[in-house]
Design a protein around this ligand. Structure first.
Ligand code: AMP
Ligand code: ZN
Length: 134
């Protein structure tokens, strides 16, 4: 996709802070980080979201998320790390090129990942969802 910013970043058409690169992915520093070290795993090929990702590439992305989590934890000496992946505007996706957020977390820092109100799974919802997901 010629007008996709992440296609350009992933393929080196726009210079960016790269922390890892292989033939399938580039991992870059987020320009507006939620925490120090916030990184994004970008496939070099364009897929809008997780539903469009080929299984094999998605598997590689998951393995890379693990590898980068280890590296980031060692390099940044963080205390935890969130792996976040948004699909669709309603889910907070703003760039419609699949990406995985790696967000280092530091003990005592303010909450930075959306906390949802914890509801209660009702018997009615449970039955409805299980029948739909059947
Ligand atoms: P999402 O809301 O999941 O689509 O995340 C998009 C992320 O891309 C946000 O965290 C942005 O800060 C980040 N972002 C957008 N444009 C750039 C850019 N040019 N370079 C690096 N990160 C970017
Ligand atoms: Zn793209």
């Amino acid at each position: 996709m010629s007008d996709c910013i992440f296609c350009m970043l992933a393929n080196g058409e726009i210079p960016t802070a790269t922390v890892y690169e292989d033939s399938d992915f580039r991992v870059i520093l987020d320009a507006n980080p939620a925490s120090k070290g916030h990184s994004l795993i970008l496939p070099k090929e364009h897929f809008a979201n997780i539903r469009e990702m080929p299984d094999e590439l998605l598997g590689k992305a998951a393995v890379l998320a693990k590898k980068m989590s280890v590296r980031l934890t060692e390099a940044m000496n963080c205390d935890g790390l969130n792996v976040v992946q948004n699909n669709g505007e309603a889910a907070g996706q703003t760039v419609f090129h699949f990406h995985i957020h790696l967000i280092p977390r530091y003990a005592g820092s303010a909450p930075i990942v959306a906390n949802w109100h914890q509801g209660v799974l009702t018997e009615e919802d449970k039955a409805e969802i299980l029948s739909k997901m059947g």
